[in-house]
Design a protein around this ligand. Structure first.
Ligand code: UD1
Ligand code: CA
Length: 463
């Protein structure tokens, strides 16, 4: 196979998205759509792709970073004009004997096997241009593939330039091509913008190839979803749905059980170990990683979390940027905010909120608590309704609860404060001073019983 260089067209704004954000940075399954195209490029070529940028080029370059090199198209004069902007970069890299694979930044669902098949067909046919096509029930605004009576490719006609007869053709241009390098630029310099959109069309190069020895070839993709171009919000949703379907199928093959796969949302970068069970309505976002044999209960929502093996999340657990180690149990209805680290076998129960809180092995906060800016030692028991008062209206302060301490229910720990190892805090205490190890701290008012009071009241009321 000849050397392959990949070009990704991403300079257009995408007006049909009705957005301030350039089209290729809109997200599907948690990643901007250009990410998927960059991944594809790296799967078929050794060298970094060239991305043609224009609109919001700083943002596009910021996202793609060193995964690509860049050519700039200042004015969007069409897809042919966009490719021309990469000419000098490609000539520096050597054009002779090179195949140029052109991808669209807005076509994210193509499989690498399909691109390999396109490159192989180009080579086998000895073609100057090979185009990926698909058959659609509703060819809409795609460019129509016009074939000769012998079945060979003749030209591509944009929908806006097509007459009724041509519009009736159901085979369309997927916007993905392989070109012979020398031929491509020679031909592009000869294209004109004399068409309905006043643009330099890349597809015109296919017609020019068809007239020369070598000619033009085509590969028809089996599943048109692979060539779906994102031009509208509805297309973006189709892409999201397909990416999610692929992701869940892949996870099932890897040993993950889904109770109701159609009700879950799983971002592309998420990883899940075998024998984990995912319940209905779960939403897993960002680079969340889940270990083996975990149970993720109904309606749980995780964003950029790391879970060890055998973790149980009961219904309605919400966590972001949290680490939950093996054998921990969380929820139902717990809220783990960023900076929460839960060691092995910890139990965080219902209606507990945590933030920047580190829990040692086996610690428990089983009911109705707020634990923020805190270090909780191993085996600590935090009673129902305990609150770390971490904020004085100006700054945040830290609470340290040493190993083995027992915090009675409904206590307030006014930070900065330290509860010593193996100490007890009596229920209902407001703790404002450090508690030494092995002590009991009590701060509630003493209790007074007035005997007979209720009986006397009853008798008075009856009169
Ligand atoms: C294009 C094809 C059409 C094909 C369809 C498949 C042309 C003229 N038409 O149409 O035959 O069926 O893709 O999806 O090529 N871009 C630039 N600079 C420009 C213009 C576009 O970088 O000056 C980029 C866009 O950002 C986009 C890609 O090229 O990523 C395709 O452009 P778009 O305007 O979406 O072309 P379509 O109308 O979809
Ligand atoms: Ca398009």
């Amino acid at each position: 196979m000849p050397r392959t260089e990949v070009l990704i067209l991403a300079a257009g704004l995408g007006t049909r998205m009705k957005s301030d954000l350039i089209k290729v940075l809109h997200e599907a399954a948690g990643c901007p759509i250009i990410d998927y195209v960059l991944d594809l490029a790296h799967q078929v070529s050794e060298t970094d792709p060239i991305v043609v940028v224009g609109h919001q080029r700083d943002k596009v370059q910021g996202r793609c970073g060193n995964r690509a090199v860049y050519a700039v198209q200042d004015q969007q004069l069409g897809t042919g004009h966009a490719v021309l902007q990469a000419e000098s970069l490609l000539r520096e890299r050597e054009l002779e004997g090179t195949s140029i694979l052109v991808l669209s930044g807005d076509v994210p669902l193509t499989r690498p096997e399909t691109l390999h098949a396109l490159l192989e067909a180009h080579e086998r046919e000895g073609a100057l241009a090979t185009v990926l096509t698909m058959k659609l029930d509703d060819p809409a605004m795609y460019g129509r593939i016009v074939r000769n009576p012998d079945g060979g490719i003749s030209k591509i006609v944009e929908a806006k330039d097509a007459d009724a007869g041509t519009l009736a053709i159901d085979e369309v241009n997927a916007g993905i091509y392989v070109f012979d390098g020398e031929f491509l630029f020679d031909a592009l310099h000869r294209t004109s913008s004399d068409n309905a959109q006043g643009e330099y069309y890349l597809p015109d190069v296919v017609a020019m190839a068809a007239e020369q020895p070598g000619g033009a070839a085509a590969v028809v993709v089996d599943d048109p979803i692979e060539a779906l171009g994102v031009n509208s919000r509805e297309d973006l949703w189709r892409v999201e749905r397909e990416l999610r379907r692929r992701k869940i199928a892949e996870l099932m093959v890897a040993g993950v059980t889904f109770r109701d796969p159609e009700s879950v949302i799983i971002d592309h970068p998420v990883r899940i170990g075998p024998d984990t069970i995912i319940y209905n309505g779960v939403c897993l976002e960002g680079a969340t990683t889940i270990g083996r044999q975990c149970t993720i209960g109904p309606g749980s929502h995780l964003e950029s979390c790391v879970l060890g093996d055998r973790v149980t999340l009961k219904a309605g657990t919400v966590a972001s940027e949290a680490t939950i180690e093996a054998d921990a149990t969380i929820g139902p209805y717990a809220h783990l905010r960023p900076g929460t680290v839960v060691a092995e076998s910890v139990k965080i129960g219902n209606f507990v909120e945590t933030k920047k809180a580190i829990f040692g092995k086996g610690a428990k906060a089983s009911h109705l608590s707020y634990i923020g800016d805190a270090e909780v030692g191993e085996g600590v028991n935090i009673g129902a309704g305990t609150i770390t008062c971490n904020y004085d209206g100006k700054s945040k302060h830290k609470t340290i609860i040493e190993d083995g301490a027992f915090i009675g229910s409904d206590s307030q720990l006014v930070a900065p404060v330290r509860i010593g190892q193996n100490s007890y805090v009596g229920a209902g205490s407001t703790i404002t001073k450090d508690v030494p190890p092995d002590s009991l701290a009590l701060s509630r008012a003493g209790q007074r019983n007035i005997e007979g009071w209720a009986k006397r009241k009853r008798e008075e009321d009856d009169q």
